[in-house]
Design a protein around this ligand. Sequence first.
Ligand code: IPE
Ligand code: IPE
Ligand code: MG
Length: 236
Amino acid sequence: MSSSVSHPTPRHVAVIMDGNGRWATARSLPRIAGHREGAKAVRRIIEAAIDQGVGYLTLFAFSSENWQRPAEEVTDLTFLLKHYLRSELNELHERGVRLRVIGERERFGPNLAEELETAEAKTAGNTKLTLVMALSYGGRADIVGAARRAMQAGVKPEELTEQVFAGFLSTAGIPDPDLLIRTSGEERISNFLLWQIAYAEIVFTPVLWPDFGAKDFGEALNEYAKRERRFGARPV
Ligand code: IPE
Ligand code: IPE
Ligand code: MG
């Protein structure tokens, strides 16, 4: 297959899950209510990804910059994350989901960081879907971290290729996203995967994340299937 022909199903879908706060505010509810409803959408989209035969699903759940939010919201989000992990892990495992976490997990404290590690180890052999959770993730920090690790590994300047460098990013071994979806009508990247989305197709949807369902996911996949990917090459 020529690289300029788009594949009907993206191998890797990345999602900026945005709009939880606005969903709650529109209902006169506290923001945490929107985050809780957002967690339900996560469940739906994991299922939809499996149903559609997507191999990798990356979810932006908490950015490096989200630490700047009021302490109360950060505490609520951390609590929700812990709760989600504990209540969903067994089911994810049974469904054949392999969990992988990217971002500075240590910032959530040693307990949660360790729980995340245990969850990754438990699900490491699963092959149905790789679920990449971006937690305290920043695209720039990822790139700087990769540069540091490459230097620490003693990579010589002349040995540093794009391929070698990618191997030092937090996403090493994961194919680049084919499709990036952002919900809530915002049309920006907000320091998500910067290196990795070089040639991703982008779909922006006005749907707020807590309202996002299998149908919306399917529509984004349909939109993707219509795109002609060129990767800079001459159109066929
Ligand atoms: C996305 O929803 C979830 C996180 C960033 C943690 P927001 O909390 O950003 O919701 P809005 O953008 O304020 O509506
Ligand atoms: C991006 O959303 C981060 C996540 C979805 C986790 P934000 O709501 O934090 O981004 P901005 O502030 O609108 O750019
Ligand atoms: Mg937001």
